[in-house]
Design a protein around this ligand. Structure first.
Ligand code: SF4
Ligand code: SF4
Length: 83
């Protein structure tokens, strides 16, 4: 079964993972100002979140990659501010 993790220490709360995820797997913890995994079962393993995360904080295990890699160009361009 797929496992998804967010490294709390690495997460900088940019919310890019919430923006990009097509199946709304993440939620945002206002207390800690960090993303958290809300519904891992919804993950289709497109790996867009892991690709976008500027901190490399998101990990997946035991997943099968989907063939059609979901990538939203508009959101990808927003990465520029972190580079
Ligand atoms: S994209 Fe990465 S750094 Fe940004 S909120 Fe999500 S886990 Fe945190
Ligand atoms: S791999 Fe894709 S579906 Fe899974 S949490 Fe990340 S963006 Fe969402």
């Amino acid at each position: 079964m797929l496992e998804m993790t967010i490294n709390d220490k690495a997460c900088r709360g940019c919310r890019l993972c919430l923006d990009i995820c097509p199946t709304e797997c993440f939620s945002f913890d206002q207390q800690t100002a960090k993303a958290q995994v809300a519904v891992a079962e919804n993950c289709i393993a497109c790996l867009s979140c892991a690709f976008l995360c500027p901190s490399g904080a998101i990990g997946h295990r035991n997943h099968h990659e989907v063939k059609n890699f979901y990538r939203n160009i508009e959101f990808s361009q927003r990465m520029g501010r972190f580079l």
